[in-house]
Design a protein around this ligand. Sequence first.
Ligand SMILES: [Zn+2]
Ligand SMILES: [Zn+2]
Length: 279
Amino acid sequence: MAIFFTSLNSGSNGNCYYIGNETEAVLIDAGLSCKETERRMQRLGLSMKNVKAIFVSHEHIDHVRGLAGLADKYNMPVYVTAATQKGCYHLNASHAISFVAFVPVNVGSLSITAFPKLHDAVDAHSFIITCNEITVGVFTDIGKPCKNLIHYFKQCHAAFLEANYDTEMLANGHYPSFLKQRISGGVGHLSNAQALDVFVKHRPIFMSHLLLAHLSKDNNDVGLVQKIFEAVDKNICVKVASREKEMPVIILNNQLKISNTVILKRRKLLKNEMQLSLF
Ligand SMILES: [Zn+2]
Ligand SMILES: [Zn+2]
């Protein structure tokens, strides 16, 4: 069974990530309006009928803008911790289901595991989603790499990884110093250099896709990010998740369990298959 995933939008103006299989899916965060989420999914040929739940990483508005609307309209379960729920003012409590870090939640044949991370929200988490032994991670809004991030990054066949800012662009940019401090002070966002370090040191041999996420509009450069990450490993497909529009859906198909001895050969093959699967 294949896993389908995409970013409907990624950045401080809204975050929403879709991960599922042929019949069921979850959204990680709902930072676009209900209408815009529907519009972008429709353009990609994805059905809201398949979305069985929304998982909320934290209460910042770029992650929950459309949450209450989607939950009400589709009577959708919302997995959110009690502390984060308090910050989601409009969410009808009847939709909320709590989750516990490190304990997988099953949604059909998808398994979603949350872990705490460093970010200036009340109870921030990131998630990995596993289906048929393929794992996709969604790692944004992270102040600095922590052991949880590294532990789960190492399990991913594909990962959305925050590369929020270029250190020099932020330092020399027009943001007031309190905001520069908020972003780079350890509980804000991951810099390109921090994300690159995670990727260089901890990418697993079976990783086929890296999707750079939550790029700053003012303090980063899409071309630069694409270039520095692409240069690390020719066998990994590197893309930047857009701040303006949905990404094409990526499909990973795990047809065979592969042994470590053939993994390198297989990964090249897999990468070609994946590229054919892009639409
Ligand atoms: Zn954010
Ligand atoms: Zn945030």
